[in-house]
Design a protein around this ligand. Structure first.
Ligand SMILES: C[S@@+](CC[C@H](N)C(=O)[O-])C[C@H]1O[C@@H](n2cnc3c(N)ncnc32)[C@H](O)[C@@H]1O
Length: 277
């Protein structure tokens, strides 16, 4: 079907087929008003792969939708925008909620899932905040996942450019947790080893094993259509403990989207797994 679209409609068909591939693989939709981005985003990939045009790239990806060319196309089109301490007030609240829970159940190791963690700045920020509150990996386990193999590889490497480091990271935290200078900075192993980075597709994979006290799924759901979003909320509900909390991005809400989570009365801005009837 995708092949026919490319053949019949030239480069417009290539854009449509590539959008369809992205949606099939990740649930992410490219709005028609942003379809112009496809060409711009894929141009650097043409050079890397030695392919002459976006049409040729689309044909290669569609002929082998699980192959390495298709993987590279999907990775390039995913929006992996993130930064250290993105929405810092909300992350402080998350850390406060974890500390409160640890105080309530001191013997249990708490579990956090950062779903759609991109290149790792979100879970690394959380690990720093928890350390500052006296919670190490024996108190809290952090699992961080993303559908993008490239993003997870970068997150594991924990290497960041000067630009990425300057976005949101206070100098005192940079000095405490990062080595390097100038163009590249690397997070210390003592920080990175607090996080288990794994590849995971929210749309079709079962959630990571065990249940979570806190799930962050920020700035991921907004790119899904209503049906996929509703099914992903179902996956998050399965992964959450019965009293688990959910954190969404600033422009996202559960209201009108799912019956599985409700606003948390004690933690304004967070959502709580709804108790079974
Ligand atoms: C805009 S980034 C948000 C990163 C981080 N949560 C934040 O708020 O800074 C969205 C991330 O969701 C990931 N993503 C998109 N579709 C996904 C899927 N089906 N399963 C898991 N991750 C997905 C993308 O690869 C990308 O890294």
């Amino acid at each position: 079907m995708h092949r026919a679209i490319v053949a019949q409609q030239g480069s417009q068909g290539a854009a449509a087929a590539i959008s369809a591939l992205l949606e099939e693989r990740t649930g992410q939709q490219i709005a028609a008003s942003r379809a112009w981005r496809i060409d711009a985003v894929l141009k650097p990939l043409l050079r890397t792969l030695g392919i002459e045009s976006v049409d040729a790239l689309a044909s290669r990806a569609i002929l082998d939708p699980r192959g390495t060319v298709a993987d590279s196309v999907v990775d390039a089109l995913l929006n992996q925008e993130t930064s250290f301490f993105r929405d810092p007030a909300l992350l402080d609240l998350v850390a406060d909620a974890i500390v409160a829970r640890r105080t309530a159940v001191p013997g249990r190791r708490l579990r956090i899932w950062s779903a759609g963690c991109a290149t790792g700045q979100e879970p690394l920020s959380l690990a720093m905040l928890l350390d500052e509150r006296g919670l190490d990996e024996s108190a809290v386990e952090i699992v961080a996942t993303d559908v993008s193999a490239g993003a997870i590889a970068r997150a594991r490497s924990a290497r960041f450019s000067q630009f990425e480091i300057q976005r949101g990271l206070a100098v005192r935290r940079m000095m405490r947790w990062f080595d390097g200078e100038g163009v590249e900075w690397t997070a210390q192993r003592a920080l990175v080893r607090r996080i288990q980075f794994r590849r995971h597709n929210l749309v079709c994979d079962p959630p990571p094993a065990g249940s979570f006290d806190m799930i962050l799924c920020r700035n991921v759901l907004l790119y899904f259509g209503p049906e996929v979003r509703s099914s992903v909320f179902g996956t998050l509900a399965v992964a959450a403990r019965p009293d688990g909390l959910l954190v969404l991005g600033a422009g996202e809400t559960v209201i009108g989207q799912t019956a599985d989570f409700v606003p948390a009365p004690d933690w304004r801005g967070l959502y709580r797994r709804k108790a079974a009837a």
